[in-house]
Design a protein around this ligand. Structure first.
Ligand code: 4AD
Ligand code: MG
Length: 463
């Protein structure tokens, strides 16, 4: 048997002509048997819709062994359907069980809650919702590459194992080969010089610092990689392992960076409207309770993003007719409730907030003339909040060293980063988009644990 000779359900359903003796391989979703006729709905994961198989039950005693979840092999003729619900169906000539499926299979035909399905994340890809989400994720990942490749960006691979904390937030997962019962100590501290890399290392929180090295060598680059954060925040928007897209551009200031961000977001939305109709219709109907997902994506593509400075945003929040849990004053880090007020209630569209206070942003951001704010940009969108964070980078060696001193950072470990400011320094900028946050926004899924197949969150690394 040559498995590749099969016809995928997706291609069967999109067929323009009938075909004889097609081979269909898949899993049974439902079976209906009456005296003269039997129907099986089969799905192979290639698309949302099932393919209907029709047969006379008397000729197929194997029907008794078939349950929801059974994998089967079918040979039959693809013919235009009598029923009308679907264009094509298969009149079965041969039917075999490939792998049986006892009736205690947890995914029987009924609606399961997202919470229950998270507990069986190894099986949930087989449900309609997660099938749609996983196919959507794949298509959008392709769109990410297409956007940058079409614009002459080079795809680069930055290290997963690193000795530097790019964001300076101390949220890193440590890597070691030490026997944890016998960790070598020196002067009361762990002696990392005896560890695998001869120094303390962690999983990266961002590929940005290395992306800057590549951007100042080959121009426009982007990463699309897993990143890791040991943030102990059990929210619906944080996971400990997520995928980030980080473009970095030499000879680029904040304004140009913002243009790329806006073009990128719009491109992904347009791509979904053009190439993921099945998925977008599903989200619109079944996921987004207001049934406005498609309209929202269309609006994004059409309208301009708003731009507001952090200082103005604080003024808006201070005047808001709303009591916030976290009080508002200049200098605070915007909380999720503040971000959502700005984008959902006040501006009612995606917003770019720029020029944040230096004290709430990372060391590498370019200082503004006022000496208090930095050339940062965060993009906030309704329902999700922050979806992109970026900045123009500090390219002036003296200013950067000064800033690092203020933050009590030692320059030794990171001389390599300073070197790009020593030899032919250029203005450069970039940003990071959380891929899962973007998928949440586009699908209307409200919990980040549902847009990544195997979420990693505090207390949970199962599967
Ligand atoms: O704002 P962040 O921390 O920015 C950076 O890492 C920069 N180095 C990016 C750059 O300029 N190259 O993270 C960027 C984005 C956030 O806007 C958010 O979308 C996502 O990454 N993100 C997370 N997504 C899921 N779970 C988490 N714990 C996330 N933390 C950040
Ligand atoms: Mg951020």
């Amino acid at each position: 048997m040559h498995y590749f000779e099969r016809l995928k359900v997706k291609d069967a359903l999109m067929s323009t002509v009938g075909q004889e003796d097609v081979i269909i391989l898949g899993w049974v979703r439902t079976k209906r048997v009456s005296k003269n006729i039997a129907f099986i709905e089969v799905n192979d994961g290639s698309t949302l819709s099932n393919l209907q198989l029709v047969m006379e039950p008397d000729n197929f005693p194997v029907l008794d062994e078939i349950n929801t979840g059974t994998s089967i092999k079918v040979v039959g003729d693809l013919v235009s359907s009598q029923g009308g619900k679907q264009a094509w169906e298969v009149v079965v000539k041969k039917l075999e069980v490939v792998g049986d499926c006892p009736t205690d299979y947890p995914l029987q035909k009924k609606r399961h809650s997202m919470e229950f399905l998270r507990e069986i994340a190894h099986l949930r890809p087989r449900t309609n919702t997660y099938g749609v989400l996983n196919r959507f994720r794949s298509k959008l990942a392709y769109a990410v590459h297409q956007f940058y490749q079409e614009r002459g960006f080079y795809y680069i691979h930055t290290p997963i194992i690193t000795a530097s904390d790019c964001e300076g937030a101390g949220e890193m997962f440590r890597i070691t080969t030490f026997d944890l019962d016998k960790v070598p100590m020196i002067d009361g501290h762990v002696d990392f010089s005896q560890d695998f890399f001869g120094q303390e290392t962690s999983l990266t929180v961002s590929g940005q610092l290395e992306a800057e090295l590549l951007a100042t060598a080959i121009g426009d680059v982007y990463t699309f990689s897993p990143t890791f954060r040991a943030e102990n925040s059990n929210t619906s928007r944080h996971v400990a392992e997520f995928w980030m897209i980080e473009p970095e551009m030499a000879f680029c200031d904040l304004e140009e960076n913002m243009k790329v961000i806006e073009a990128f977001l719009k491109y992904l939305c347009q791509y979904a409207l053009d190439n993921c109709q099945e998925e977008m219709e599903f989200f619109n109907k079944w996921v987004d309770q207001s049934h406005t997902r498609i309209q929202t994506m269309e609006n994004i593509v059409k309208s301009e993003f708003g731009i507001v400075s952090y200082t103005e945003a604080i003024k808006i929040l201070e005047k808001a007719d709303r009591k916030f849990d976290f009080s508002v004053e200049w200098g605070i880090d915007l909380q999720s409730e503040h971000e959502r007020y700005l984008t959902e209630d006040h501006f009612k569209r995606p917003m770019m907030v720029i020029d944040y206070p230096k004290d709430i942003k990372a060391f590498y951001m370019r200082m503004n003339e006022d000496g208090k704010t930095v050339r940062a940009v965060d993009v906030l969108v309704p329902q999700v909040g922050e979806i992109v964070g970026g900045s123009q980078r500090e390219e002036r060696l003296d200013v950067l060293i000064e800033r690092m001193k203020e933050l009590n950072m030692t320059t030794e470990e990171i001389e390599w980063y300073l070197d790009i400011r020593r030899w032919g320094s250029v203005p450069h900028s970039g940003f990071g988009m959380g891929f899962e946050r973007m998928l949440m926004y586009m699908s209307g899924i409200s919990n980040i644990r549902d847009v990544i197949p195997f979420p990693r969150t505090p207390g949970n690394a199962k599967f």
